[in-house]
Design a protein around this ligand. Structure first.
Ligand code: HEM
Length: 347
C-alpha cells in the first residue's frame, strides 16, 4: 500500500501559513518552559525526599498546581496552531494511538488531583502515602510527555501507520529509533530547567542550599543532554540528519545557533548566575523549538509542503485575534502590576 494514500487532504487556511508556524513555535517554547519547571522540579524534589530530605519537595509541592495549570494552558495554543497547519498528519497519529492517547486526559487529571492533595492535605497524610501520591503523580506526568513524543513522531512517519491494518486497536511508535533519544532529550531538559527553577526559588527565599542544589542539577543535566542531543541527531533519518549537517543551510545555522546558545547557558550555569541562566534558557529553548520545527518540515518533505495548501486570504479574524492578543496582554500586565503593588498590604 502507498502510505501517501492514507494522508487526508489539507483544508484551506485563511492567512499565510508562516503566521501559524511562528505562533506554533513561540507558544510551544512557552509550553515546554512551564512543563520543564513543573516536571523537573517535582522530580528533583522527589529524589531529595527519597534520600530523606523533605524541605525541597514541600516547597516545590506548593508551586506544582499552578505550574501544571500554566503548562496545560500554554499547551492548548500550540495544539490549535498545530492542527491548523499539520492537522492532516496530527489527527491521524492521534486516532491511530487510540486508547493510549485518550488516556492522557485521565492520567493528567490523576496527577493534577495528586499535586493538589499533596499541597492542601500535606499534614493529614502519613509520610508513606504522601510519597506514593507524589511519586505516582510525577509518573503520570512522564506518561503524558511520552504520549506527546509518540504522537509528535508518529505524525511524521506515514510509512509507520500501516500497523493499523494489522488489527491493532491503538499503537505506539515503538519502531521509530528517533523516539527514544527525542523523549530522553525532552525529559533531561526538564531536569535542567527544573534545577534552574529550584535555584530561582532559592534566590527568592534566600536559601543558599536550594540555589546550590538547583544549579548542580542544571549543569549536570545540561551536560548529559549535549550527549543525548548528539544521539538524537544520529537517530534521525539520514536525509534529515544530513540537512542539519550542511545540506540545508538555514536548518544547519539554526542548530548551530541553538548549540552556541546552550554553550553560553552552561557557562553561566557554572558561574552560578541563575538570573542570567534563566534568560539564556529561554533563548536556547526557543532556538531548539525552531530546530525541532525544521526537523518536522524535513521529515514531511517527501509527503507534504505548506506551500501547496490553498490560502483564502480572509484576514478579518486574524486582525481580531491580534487585537485580543495585544488588549488581553495589556490587561494582564495591568493586573500583575496591581497584584505586586498590593504585596505590601497582603504581607
Ligand atoms: C502536563 C503534562 C504535559 C507534559 C509533560 C507535556 C510534554 C510535552 C512534550 C515532552 C512535548 C514534546 C514531544 C516531542 O516533540 O517529542 C510536548 C509537545 C506538545 N504539547 Fe505538551 N505536555 C503536557 C501537557 C500538554 C497539554 C495538556 C497540551 C494541550 C492541551 C499539550 C500540548 C502540546 C502540543 C500541541 C505539543 C506539540 C507542539 C508542536 O509539535 O509544535 N501538552 N508536550
Amino acid at each position: 500500500m502507498n502510505p501517501a494514500s492514507l494522508i487526508p487532504m489539507a483544508e484551506p487556511i485563511p492567512i499565510h501559513w508562516a503566521w501559524f508556524d511562528v505562533l506554533l513555535i513561540a507558544t510551544f517554547a512557552a509550553h515546554v518552559l512551564f512543563m520543564n519547571a513543573m516536571l523537573g522540579s517535582a522530580a528533583i524534589g522527589l529524589v531529595q525526599a527519597v534520600r530523606g530530605r523533605n524541605t525541597l519537595i514541600r516547597e516545590v509541592g506548593m508551586k506544582l498546581p499552578p505550574l501544571l495549570a500554566l503548562t496545560i494552558n500554554m499547551g492548548v495554543a500550540p495544539l490549535l496552531f498545530l492542527q491548523v497547519n499539520y492537522g492532516n498528519f496530527d489527527y491521524v497519529s492521534s486516532v491511530l494511538m487510540g486508547g493510549w492517547w485518550l488516556a492522557v486526559i485521565f492520567v493528567l487529571l490523576y496527577s493534577y488531583y495528586g499535586f493538589y492533595l499533596y499541597k492542601f492535605k500535606y499534614e493529614t497524610m502519613g509520610a508513606g502515602l504522601r510519597l506514593a501520591l507524589f511519586g505516582s503523580s510525577v509518573l503520570g506526568i512522564v506518561y503524558v510527555g511520552f504520549m506527546f513524543s509518540n504522537n509528535m513522531t508518529l505524525m511524521l512517519r506515514p510509512e509507520g501507520w500501516a500497523p493499523y491494518f494489522d488489527g491493532y486497536a491503538g499503537f505506539l511508535n515503538w519502531r521509530d529509533p528517533a523516539l527514544y533519544p527525542r523523549f530522553l532529550h525532552m525529559m533531561i531538559g526538564a531536569l535542567a530547567v527544573g534545577g534552574l527553577f529550584v535555584a530561582l526559588l532559592g534566590r527568592h527565599k534566600q536559601s543558599e542550599d536550594f540555589v546550590r542544589t538547583g544549579m548542580w542539577w542544571f549543569t549536570r543535566a545540561t551536560m548529559v543532554n549535549l550527549a543525548v542531543g548528539l544521539w538524537f541527531l544520529m537517530a534521525l533519518p539520514d536525509k534529515v540528519m544530513l540537512a542539519f549537517m550542511g545540506h540545508n543551510l538555514p536548518a544547519t545555522l539554526t542548530l548551530v545557533a541553538g548549540l552556541a546558545s546552550a554553550g553560553v547557558l552552561l557557562y553561566a550555569g557554572f558561574r552560578m548566575e541563575p538570573m542570567r541562566v534563566a534568560a539564556w534558557a529561554a533563548i536556547t529553548v526557543f532556538l531548539m523549538a525552531c530546530v525541532r520545527h525544521w526537523a518536522r518540515v524535513l521529515y514531511l518533505d517527501p509527503w507534504f509542503s505548506m506551500d501547496t495548501v490553498p490560502v483564502t486570504n480572509q484576514y478579518g479574524s486574524f486582525y481580531l485575534f491580534l487585537g485580543f492578543l495585544v488588549g488581553g496582554g495589556a490587561l494582564m500586565a495591568y493586573m500583575l502590576k496591581l497584584y505586586f503593588k498590593s504585596g505590601q498590604g497582603r504581607a
